[in-house]
Design a protein around this ligand. Structure first.
Ligand SMILES: Nc1ncnc2c1ncn2[C@@H]1O[C@H](COP(=O)(O)OP(=O)(O)OP(=O)(O)O)[C@@H](O)[C@H]1O
Ligand SMILES: [Mg+2]
Length: 235
């Protein structure tokens, strides 16, 4: 269901257990209507799990999520709901997971072709524009393995953007990268933020959070311990 809540993210009392132990414990997020929400917290605090719940990759036992007009209930979603959700919510992981046998351009064209049945010329021109936007026009014909980690991550971002998602989720997008590659990827994400893309970013990069975050949420042991602006929450 799509409505006025375009891009809005609301999490109400979300509870998720693993092996009988809560890994998310009554997590509620508000004030994330649009803009850039940054999730911080120690290793194991539940950041990735929360992000995966937002994309329907995890089943949760309690509470509910509304994201980009889709309502996710406890106990799992039907396949049509998940298909709809994933058209509107893109995700970028720490490991880029590009298709190694496809060119960079083909990687970016694939989901619009297969999922949205976009005609090949439209998918191609959309992919060309996106590769330009992430500064990789000259790599369109290359295989992913011939690119640096930072370049591969920018392809992964272009690939997610190709579905024109209302919300983008990033799970530590730079933690596998060296400082130079980190900054080239963060520049792309900051540009997206400036362009008005709603996103949730898990990162340990407080510099990025201070530049780009409209809202910062700190998790500890599966609970929200603080949320507010970057200056309120971060040291
Ligand atoms: N596949 C799994 N099976 C069992 N437990 C898991 C699994 N994945 C994560 N956990 C547990 O769930 C909790 C939350 O993990 P999660 O990966 O969400 O944390 P995180 O904040 O993303 O940590 P990190 O900063 O290390 O990525 C941890 O206690 C973790 O051990
Ligand atoms: Mg994680």
């Amino acid at each position: 269901m799509k409505g006025m809540a375009n891009g809005m993210i609301e999490v109400d009392s979300l509870t998720k257990q693993r092996a009988g132990r809560p890994v998310l414990d009554a997590v509620s997020l508000r004030g994330t209507e649009a803009g850039v929400t940054v999730l911080v917290g120690a290793s194991g605090s539940g950041k990735s799990t929360l992000l995966r719940c937002l994309n329907g990759l995890e089943i949760f036992e309690g509470g509910s999520i509304t994201i980009a007009g889709h309502r996710l209930a406890a106990g799992g979603q039907s396949t049509p709901v998940l298909d709809d959700l994933r058209r509107d919510v893109g995700m970028v992981f720490q490991q880029f997971n590009l298709f190694p046998h496809l060119s960079v351009l083909e990687n970016v064209m694939l989901a619009p072709r297969v999922v949205s049945k976009l005609p090949v010329e439209e998918a191609r021109s959309r992919a060309v524009d996106l590769l330009d936007r992430v500064g990789l026009s000259s790599f369109a014909a290359a295989r992913p393995a011939t690119l640096s980690g930072g370049q591969q991550q920018r392809v992964a971002i272009a690939r997610a953007l190709a579905m024109r998602p209302r919300v983008m989720l990033f799970d530590e997008p730079t933690s596998a990268l060296d400082p130079t590659m980190t900054s080239e990827v963060l520049e792309v994400i900051v540009d997206l933020a400036k362009g008005g893309q709603t996103m949730v970013v898990v990162t340990h990069d407080h510099g990025f959070a201070k530049r780009a975050a409209t809202w910062v949420v700190e998790l500890a042991a599966g609970r929200v311990v603080r949320q507010g602006t970057a200056t309120e929450v971060l040291p």
